[in-house]
Write a protein of this length. Structure first.
Length: 80
């Protein structure tokens, strides 16, 4: 599963913004909130949340959650 986080410039943002996050199939998987003075917050799959200072930290969190979800799905399929 691949989820790409678009680059955002917090210096140019005047208010709190948000972007819907989708996987490579176009399925909604979460939300990304960002804003000057608010930082960056990522919500994924309705239960994973992280607050970060940089884009790289957000993408690393997203990649980690995606890897765990892929592993869980792989385990559940092999158990059937």
């Amino acid at each position: 599963m691949r989820i790409d986080l678009p680059e955002t410039d917090l210096k140019a943002t005047q208010s709190l913004g948000s972007i819907e996050l989708k996987d490579e199939a176009g399925t909604h998987v979460g939300q990304y909130f960002f804003g000057k003075g608010h930082g960056r917050t990522v919500f994924l799959f309705g239960k994973y949340k992280g607050n970060f200072k940089t884009h790289a930290e957000c993408q690393a969190f997203i990649n980690g959650v995606a890897a765990v979800m892929a592993d869980i799905r792989g385990v559940s399929r092999s158990a059937e």
